[in-house]
Design a protein around this ligand. Structure first.
Ligand code: NAG
Ligand code: NAG
Ligand code: NAG
Ligand code: NAG
Length: 274
């Protein structure tokens, strides 16, 4: 009799620990499937024609937390939700009626995806294929999700940004002219930055370095070429970034400043928490 109860107890203990293990594993797998689907849906929204409808608010996505923050280095840090959102769609997407992009996403490939054991965080390697020059561009990213599986933070880095996008120096003069024409057109009224096209060209040519795409968020012309694309979507936010002060975005930063506000994953939901 005693032996029987001991046996029964053993069976109960084993099946209990088993069910704990497998329940956790099942939860883990189930959540990861949802997170992976979010990432795939996000990548699908980068396609031409789809991305522009999202940035123009014609299509709603169920992907982002209203508290989204992120950074995409070496291009920029976006600590306000609207900026973090715009960046994802504003740079490599052709938007009707707005400044033409020099590179646009044609297709995307999710090379790697891994999942954090304790939080709703995944690690990604994504390859974007960009038109018109058939460029491959790799982005390494960590993405955080909130309890509702909405993307709430991203911390991304591009491989060889400078080598990929730096143009030969002889194109600097025409590029500055192009940027300044766009600045004067887009940043008007209360968003005006330069009193004339000439003042803008003179500032960009003589007052700041041209810069490189390896340091896209410094006080340079290159940074302003990025932000004028965003200014064409939201002049109120981005016109000051293309102006003389750089408005905090196109401002010199030290290598160490990136460690001061680097917790873009803090919004991640903890697994096994209600
Ligand atoms: C899209 O909607 C957001 C939030 O309502 C708003 O801040 C933004 O200005 C809108 N963008 C455009 C291009 O209308
Ligand atoms: C584009 O680049 C990819 C990868 O480098 C290559 O496999 C493909 O053939 C290229 N396509 C064209 C149209 O050149
Ligand atoms: C991010 O926020 C901090 C403080 O909230 C601010 O000092 C900084 O300029 C912001 N960075 C950008 C790029 O807007
Ligand atoms: C920003 O840094 C560059 C060097 O990368 C330097 O030439 C420039 O003078 C600096 N600008 C300001 C406003 O500090």
């Amino acid at each position: 009799m005693g032996k029987f109860f001991l046996f029964l107890l053993l069976v109960i203990i084993i099946s209990f620990t088993n069910s704990q293990c497998c329940h956790h594993q099942q939860e883990f797998d189930k959540t990861n499937k949802i997170l992976q689907q979010k990432i795939l849906t996000f990548l699908a929204t980068l396609q031409p024609g789809v991305c522009s409808n999202i940035i123009l608010n014609k299509t709603q996505t169920n992907l982002f937390s209203p508290n989204l923050i992120g950074r995409f280095l070496p291009q920029g840090t976006f600590n306000a939700s609207i900026q973090a959102f715009e960046y994802l769609y504003g740079i490599f997407c052709d938007i009707e009626g707005l400044l033409q992009r020099s590179n646009t996403v044609q297709s995307t490939e999710l090379r790697q995806i891994t999942f954090d054991q304790n939080k709703y965080i995944c690690g990604l390697e994504i390859i974007l294929n960009l038109a018109p020059n058939n460029l491959s561009l790799t982005c390494f990213a960590f993405v955080a999700f909130d309890r509702d599986n909405m993307i709430c933070g991203y911390d991304a880095q591009v491989r060889n940004n400078g080598l990929t996008f730096n143009d030969p120096p002889e194109t600097n003069v025409p590029l500055i002219e192009e940027v300044c024409q766009a600045v004067q057109e887009i940043c008007e009224g209360s968003n005006q930055q330069y009193s004339s096209l000439e003042v803008c060209i003179n500032f960009m040519t003589n007052q700041i370095p041209f810069g490189t795409y390896d340091q896209g968020d410094q006080n340079s012309v290159v940074c302003r070429t990025i932000h004028i694309k965003l200014a064409s979507i939201s002049p109120d936010i981005h016109c000051r970034h293309v102006g003389k002060t750089g408005g905090g975005a196109c401002t010199n930063k030290t290598s160490q400043s990136y460690y001061q506000d680097d917790n873009f994953m803090k919004c991640a939901h903890k697994r096994n928490e209600a």
